[in-house]
Design a protein around this ligand. Sequence first.
Ligand code: IMP
Ligand code: MG
Length: 181
Amino acid sequence: MKTVTLHDKTFRLLLRAADIDRAIAGMAERMNRELRDARPLFLVILNGAFMFASDLIKQITVPGTQISFVKVASYRSTRSSGEVRELIGLNEDLAGRTVVILEDIIDTGRSMAHLLDHLRGKHPDRLLIATLFHKPAAAEYPVPVDYCGFPLGNDFIVGRGLDYDGLGRNLPDLYVLNPTV
Ligand code: IMP
Ligand code: MG
């Protein structure tokens, strides 16, 4: 059994790189077909989606394709009780565009729901969501996923851009912690 130890925890192999590559190729193929005339703007959500985005975007052949990299910074405001989220690095005008959000994983959907709220305010023509991994059973916020690589269970995963406390992002395979199934 292939395992990897990061910090204090041991993870076991869940998906091989070749299978993930195949799923990404399938997503790219669908996008090339469905977004052929859309001049899409791909919005890469850093840090986690960097590897997925790199693998996917090489296979996108749609004319007018653009890529932008953004980061969601969240911090607790000292003046209100709520959490403040700020989108850093978005310089493009989204008005009238087809925007494809590239995310590594959707878990509860909280991050994506906030991001959607924010981006809708910039009046894109269409907002599409592409995520490499999705935990549908963990959903607490409604998020319309347009392109998904793999639906997964609720177990914590690492690799392929996803980290456990800063480690594991570089792993080409996907690993899981204490699988319950
Ligand atoms: P959310 O619950 O959908 O808002 O997920 C928020 C963020 O938590 C994701 O963008 C990931 O960065 C992180 N995350 C969720 N599940 C996992 C996991 O299984 N492994 C590593 N990071 C995760
Ligand atoms: Mg993330």
